[in-house]
Design a protein around this ligand. Structure first.
Ligand code: ADP
Length: 226
């Protein structure tokens, strides 16, 4: 199964990239045309949205394959957490449906892999949007906790029952959200945990049914090397 997933996701990636390029060009051309029927503009937009979902799923499979093959390599640099947090969620802000607030010590910095930590942040914020769609407020906090920096993403959605919490970071685990269906393979939090632990940090969640969830992770703060 592992080998099949690895081959299939690699094979899917190339045509998806080409498709994405072509669709973006098409979308731009359509936007410039004055006389384009509204239905065509709508179809181009929805094609891009669906494509980005498929690309996300394939990227999750590729990340998982890499982790399983022991190829999770970190390219570390100093990162200001405020920049990381603010840079990762433009897609949610632009959507305009959510009130995304950032608070705490935005100047704290860590030594880590910017791209992979962004992947973690995007995942946690996307989960808040996906699984708590009726709660419009999302609060991102950055705090200092001893020698660690702690980042958390809080939503005010349905929450997760206690018996499910310990399984959330298992590969392919999904909570049965009867009522609303969301795309996903149950890999997002598994990938987040692997990335955070590779940085020497921890990941967890505090959640209460009908009140909401706060997903958090810590990262060790290293002294700046000269
Ligand atoms: P996926 O990649 O399928 O979205 P994840 O690994 O990211 O899966 O999440 C696992 C499960 O945890 C999801 O199926 C979802 O039910 C639950 N979950 C994650 N984030 C939240 C949240 N903010 N509120 C409620 N449930 C959540």
């Amino acid at each position: 199964r592992e080998e099949f997933i690895s081959i299939a996701s690699h094979e899917l990636k190339t045509p998806l990239t080409s498709l994405s390029g072509s669709l973006q060009i098409l979308d731009r051309v359509i936007k410039k045309e004055v006389n384009t029927p509204a239905i065509i503009s709508k179809m181009a937009f929805s094609s891009l949205t669906h494509l980005s979902k498929v690309t996300g799923l394939v990227n999750d499979l590729l990340s998982t394959t890499k982790i399983e093959q022991g190829q999770l390599v970190l390219n570390k640099e100093f990162i200001k957490l405020g920049d990381l947090v603010n840079g990762c969620c433009d897609h949610v802000r632009m959507d305009g449906k959510y009130n995304l607030r950032t608070q705490g010590d935005l100047n704290l910095s860590v030594y880590g892999d910017k791209h992979k930590l962004e992947q973690v942040m995007v995942n946690l914020v996307n989960n808040a949007v996906k699984y708590a769609p009726l709660s419009k407020d999302i609060i991102i906090s950055i705090l200092r906790e001893g020698k660690d920096a702690k980042v958390s993403v809080q939503d005010f959605g349905p929450g997760i029952s206690e018996d499910k919490i310990s399984h959330l970071y298992d590969r392919y685990y999904r909570v049965d959200n009867s009522g609303f269906q969301q795309t996903g393979l149950g890999l997002g939090l598994y990938i987040c945990k692997q990335i955070i632990e590779k940085h020497g940090g921890k990941i967890g969640v505090k959640s209460e049914l009908d009140k909401g969830s706060t997903f958090w992770f810590t990262l060790p703060m290293e002294k700046k090397r000269l």
